[in-house]
Design a protein around this ligand. Structure first.
Ligand SMILES: *[C@@H]1O[C@H](CO)[C@@H](O)[C@H](O)[C@H]1NC(C)=O
Ligand SMILES: *[C@@H]1O[C@H](CO)[C@@H](O)[C@H](O)[C@H]1NC(C)=O
Ligand SMILES: [Zn+2]
Length: 676
């Protein structure tokens, strides 16, 4: 009798557990199964030694295969790359299984524990082979969909061709606009509001809905993996690398401190856009529609500087470079000299032999600039289709900073050959870029002739320079925070209502609304590649803050006096010493230990003070420009919100789902309590 009853209850239990979705994995690990732990130090040391050797080899083979494909995109090279990626993924899971046998809480040697932890918390190997294969497949599918998106041109893409229908072949042959370079370029350059709206909407129509259901499966699997790795959900797993238990709130606090400056910039930009596009497109005190900001995601507003500041006085650096006969090689030599002037080593002969710094015309090359570590301690390369322009001049320094970082931490074991979290690598590269793109440095190396000095740091060239940097970085902070907050939310609460949640956050942090009505069938966050390809995004937010902290410290090491943006630490051995000193540590220190080292003991936390200091002259200027604005920031009304708080049928089902979900959550948590 009892057994039968128990069987009945088990059945109910199973049904409920299954409906709990994510929680089912928790039951299997925590309650029913426990690995025998091993804390033999000799074993750990032996394992880590083997791991170091094999991981370096694997990494070298995968980098080699990826480089081949990136520089010569043939089918053969693609297959070879996939093979290596599969082998690497197998190795990762074998290592994970071996590493997770050790009970790290009982290993008192800090360094060994840290190394093991870095192997154990990452990845999704805890899913087991079958589901691991599935999630890999799911992500690949979404990436393939994304890359295959093609959009019809604006004029020809009008409905008359749709309804024509006679010649589908020629219609499809015509519809071949890709995100890169076609749509990107339209979003940057077109000043035709209807064309912009078309490109914005059509891209999302093609890229979002087809991936929506697959993305939901991804959320489910990623959460299951996270639970197997000891986390509540996949968001918590993604935050782990930042080594801050309050990270969720830390980033929000940091943004709150930047927001007043952002709102000044926002109001100034809106004023310009309002003058240009008028009442039919936006209100003079409202949020800004996403399609007129010069970028597909509204994440970078640099491209509309001509709209918001019609009489630019910025000197033509690119023209000056061309006049002086700059070549890609010369650009990289100048970058190399920047680092040797700080006392860092020159690039190796291998670097010069193997790097690709201009677009070869015989093979198909992926042109996005990147810096490569071949994991054998001597082969480092840059791939960049360098144009003679200020932008690529800055990019070359940025990429070469990554190479220096790789070179500096070669003394570390493989698992530490990285920065403690992905933000540091980007932050250092941006700190260097900030320095070499500034008017003071450009003048010092003869690319800018107008007199700039610390005393006239408020001159128009300086303001335009700061405005450019602000348009580049501040909206990107708000955007990266939005992307990651949204993803954390979806991992925690599930996909119900995820599209209106997306716009809710965009309005709150960025002051941006969609140009048209959105429904629950849209999947607008999925228009960002990092979202569907399972890549961290908050690193960009953290890196923006950190780059100003690093820049300010390098400046102070170089004894800079005057406004922060007029600093140039070129030729400062002291700045170079600080730089190589902290780059050498790799990931062997935690992020807070590393910040403490960089700031020479002043703080171990992220701080926005240097960022705010950098922009202070611009902030004062913006305040005076915005004197007559009725509101600094935005006020949203019902019409704005109704664009994405979809009403009617969808809304009702969402509400029902929400209630069902809540009920299930309650039942689930009751059950968990009972079982414990
Ligand atoms: C590109 O890869 C193919 C193999 O798919 C190879 O035969 C060819 O030589 C490569 N081309 C260059 C320029 O490396
Ligand atoms: C459709 O258009 C293409 C290119 O313009 C042409 O080659 C093809 O013959 C046309 N097909 C039909 C069925 O009209
Ligand atoms: Zn970079």
């Amino acid at each position: 009798m009892f057994r039968r009853l128990w069987k009945f209850y088990s059945l109910i239990l199973l049904i409920v557990i299954n409906s709990c979705g994510i929680s089912s994995a928790q039951f299997s690990t925590d309650l029913f199964y426990k690995e025998p732990a091993n804390d033999n130090l000799g074993d750990v040391v032996q394992f880590l030694r083997e791991y170091d050797r094999e991981a370096s080899d694997t990494c070298n083979r995968i980098a080699t295969a990826e480089w081949k494909y990136a520089t010569n995109a043939t089918d053969f090279n693609r297959r070879r790359m996939k093979e290596q990626q599969n082998l690497a993924s197998k190795f990762e899971c074998i290592s994970w299984r071996r590493a997770s046998r050790y009970d790290t809480s009982r290993i008192l040697e800090n360094n060994l524990r840290r190394q093991l932890d870095r192997i154990v918390y990452q990845g999704k190997c805890g899913l087991g082979d079958e589901k691991h294969l599935e999630i890999t497949h799911v992500i690949t599918m979404m990436k393939d969909n994304y890359n295959q998106v093609r959009v019809c041109p604006y004029r020809a893409g009008q409905t008359n061709l749709y309804s024509d229908g006679h010649n589908i072949t020629s219609y499809h042959a015509y519809c071949d606009l890709r995100l890169e370079p076609d749509l990107t370029s339209i979003m940057e350059r077109s000043r035709n509001e209807r064309e912009l709206k078309y490109a914005w909407t059509e891209f999302r129509e093609k890229v979002g809905p087809p991936n929506r259901n697959t993305f939901m499966r991804y959320i489910d699997l990623a959460n299951q993996a996270a639970v197997q790795h000891g986390f509540r959900d996949a968001g918590e797993q993604m935050r782990e690398v930042y080594e801050d238990p309050d990270f969720f709130f830390t980033v929000q606090d940091l943004w709150t401190q930047v927001q007043p400056l952002y709102k000044q910039l926002f109001s100034f930009v809106r004023k310009g856009l309002y003058i240009k596009y008028g009442d039919n497109v936006l209100r003079s005190d409202g949020p800004i529609p996403a399609h007129i900001l010069g970028n597909m995601w509204g994440q970078n507003w640099r491209n509309i500087i001509d709209i918001i500041k019609p009489h630019l006085e910025t000197p033509d650096i690119t023209g000056e470079m061309i006049k002086q006969g700059y070549t890609p090689t010369k650009i990289f030599q100048v970058a190399e000299e920047f680092f040797t002037s700080l006392g860092l080593p020159p690039m190796s002969p291998e670097f010069w032999r193997n790097s690709i710094i201009q677009k070869p015309n015989d093979v198909y090359t992926q042109c996005a600039a990147s810096a490569w570590d071949f994991c054998n301690l001597l082969d480092f390369r840059i791939k960049q289709c360098t144009q003679i322009s200020l932008e690529d001049f800055i990019n070359s320094h940025h990429e070469m900073t990554h190479i220096h970082y790789y070179m500096q931490y070669t003394t570390q074991p493989f698992i530490y050959r990285d920065s403690p979290n992905p933000a540091f690598h980007e932050a250092v590269a941006h700190a260097i870029a900030l320095n070499v793109g500034g008017p003071v440095h450009l003048q010092k190396i003869g690319l800018l002739s107008s007199p700039i000095s610390a005393s006239n740091g408020n001159s128009m060239i300086n303001i335009e320079y700061l405005l450019n940097v602000a348009l580049d970085k501040l909206p990107f902070m708000a955007f990266s925070l939005t992307v990651e907050k949204w993803r954390w939310y979806v991992f925690e609460k599930g996909p119900v209502g995820m599209n209106s949640r997306w716009w809710d956050l965009r309005l709150r942090f960025q002051g941006i609304i969609p140009p048209d009505v959105r429904t629950s069938q849209h999947f607008d966050a999925g228009a960002k590649y990092h979202v569907i390809s399972d890549q961290d995004y908050i690193k960009y937010f953290v890196a923006t803050i950190l780059q100003f902290q690093i820049y300010a410290e390098l400046c102070s090491a170089a004894n800079h006096i005057g406004p922060l943006h007029t600093c140039d630490f070129y030729r400062s051995r002291e700045a170079g010493r600080l730089l190589s000193d902290f780059m050498q540590r790799g990931a062997s220190l935690s992020s807070s230990q590393l910040i403490k080292l960089i700031t020479r003991g002043k703080t171990s936390r992220l701080s926005v003070d240097p960022l705010l200091e950098f922009f202070r002259p611009l902030e004062a200027w913006l305040e005076s420009q915005n004197r007559d604005e009725s509101i600094i920031g935005w006020s949203s009304n019902m019409d704005d919100v109704q664009l994405f708080q979809y009403i009617g049928f969808n809304h009702a089902t969402d509400n029902l789902n929400l209630r069902l979900n809540k009920l299930l959550t309650i039942i689930c948590s009751m059950l968990i309590l009972k079982l414990m």
